[in-house]
Design a protein around this ligand. Structure first.
Ligand code: GAL
Length: 435
């Protein structure tokens, strides 16, 4: 099967190479009318911003492969927690989609590479020149034993802290380049005092990952990038004083959240922010996609700063697609991967999604103030991996952390929270295994 896929890739790449000579030097994948049939693309991109951005990738694909038919297979639910079990059932049953959405790191390597659900795409990287334009730190997260398995469409910054700008203007509050926990608490107290109907913090944790994200960002803020990394290589324990301090701060922040948090999804919490029912939201910059979809303007309707204490770090949440082992339509999928890794497709997708290009040669002028800020952060700041979005630790730990967070949101028991996470690290054993 692998040989067959390899052969198909070689044929397609040869066609691309010929086409590339004839194409203008605009980076677009040359038109190939010979690719036909269905291409099933599996993802969890269903919110307003996510769906609009996904459509931009589909449009880019259709421009190069006009005779192939995209089947948009989505399972709703932010963060993919509902989609992944559906996918696992299909993969275990030998019924893979052609391609699916994956985060690099443990999610890719543990859930899909180890069981051989995906095949390497080194040749595609070489042919498309991606080894020169995709940063090595990203490629490393998608590589095992010299084989690379994922094509990224974009890189989200997970540690965003978004706010309703008109409300803060009304309160006379200006957010500077950074925000500390104490500064946040002072503003939150002012909101409580002056606007009793408005919650300082917007949370939509009907999918528990969204409040786990608030916790993850708080861990990064309190521990700093070195300490945070230590959690994943085993040099920092989850019952250390610093982690307990982060848990305490997380609890303090939860005291300011909207009372209907458990009824809202992540994007409904962003809606609540836009509507002025609450003010701040700790979320990856897929939130930006919701602002764009609603016609909001950077620095006018909404603003952003790093989650308290996390300035100087970039929490990497990257999105990519794979080549299924046994993909029903390998040729169409090789075309899909070549398109989503191309500059024009990434320049169309990322402004709508909130992420930055996974390649270094996108035209900055096509992006607005937020994206340029995020690009600067990516190139200057410490890159750290998200556990909530599958990169820093394996799925069993991620699940255990979600369970522990679920309890903590209700009982606020720091010692029990810390003990649960220490146990989860030991049970998973990932710090010994390495990535
Ligand atoms: C993340 C994913 C993002 C965004 C978010 C909310 O896991 O990387 O692209 O979709 O979930 O659904």
């Amino acid at each position: 099967m692998k040989t067959k896929i390899l052969l198909l890739l070689i044929v397609l790449l040869a066609a691309l190479a010929v086409g590339a000579v004839n194409a203008q030097d605009d980076g677009m994948v040359p038109v190939d009318e010979s690719v036909t049939g269905d291409l099933e693309v599996f993802s969890w991109w269903t919110s307003g911003g996510e769906a609009a951005a996904l459509q931009a990738l589909f449009d880019s694909y259709a421009a190069s492969f006009p005779n192939a038919n995209i089947v948009n297979a989505t399972v709703a639910g932010g963060g993919g927690s509902a989609a992944r079990p559906v996918l696992q059932t299909r993969l275990a049953g030998g019924d893979p989609p052609d391609t699916w959405q994956v985060h690099p790191g443990w999610e890719l390597l543990g859930q899909y590479v180890d069981p051989e659900y995906v095949v390497p795409i080194n040749d595609l990287y070489e042919e498309m020149g991606w080894n020169d334009v995709v940063p090595e730190q990203l490629r490393d997260m998608m590589t095992r034993d010299g084989n690379i398995y994922l094509v990224l469409a974009g890189v989200h910054r997970g540690n965003g802290f978004w706010y309703n700008k008109p409300i803060l203007d009304e309160l006379g509050v200006t957010i500077g380049e950074t925000l500390s926990v104490d500064e946040f608490i002072a503003i939150a107290d002012q909101i409580v005092a002056e606007m009793p109907d408005v919650a300082p913090l917007c949370v939509g944790d009907s999918g528990i990952w969204a409040t786990a994200q608030l916790f993850e960002n708080t861990l990064l803020g309190v521990l700093g990038p070195e300490g945070y990394r230590g959690l994943w290589d085993g040099s920092v324990s989850f019952d250390s004083d610093e982690v307990k301090q982060a848990m305490t701060v997380y609890g303090q922040m939860l005291d300011y959240q909207n009372s209907d948090h458990a009824a809202l999804s992540w994007d409904q919490a962003v809606d609540a922010l836009m509507e002025g029912r609450c003010v701040f939201n700790s979320m990856g910059d897929w939130a930006y996609g919701e602002f764009v979809a609603a016609g909001m303007e950077d620095n006018v309707d909404f603003g952003w700063v790093s989650h308290p204490g996390t300035a100087g770090s970039f929490m990497v949440v990257a999105d990519g697609f794979v080549m299924a082992n046994g993909a029903p339509n390998e040729a169409a999928n090789a075309g899909w991967l070549s398109v989503i890794g191309s500059r024009p497709a990434q320049e169309a997708f990322n402004p709508l999604k909130g992420s930055i290009c996974a390649r270094t040669d996108c035209d900055r002028e096509l992006f607005g103030p937020y994206h340029n800020w995020s690009m600067d952060s990516f190139s200057a700041d410490e890159l750290v991996a998200s556990v909530v979005h599958g990169t820093a630790a394996p799925a069993d730990f991620q699940q255990a952390m979600n369970d522990a967070v679920t309890l903590f949101v209700v009982d606020r028991d720091v010692d029990a929270f810390a003990a649960a996470l220490v146990d989860a690290v030991a049970a998973s054993g990932f710090t010994e295994a390495g990535m």
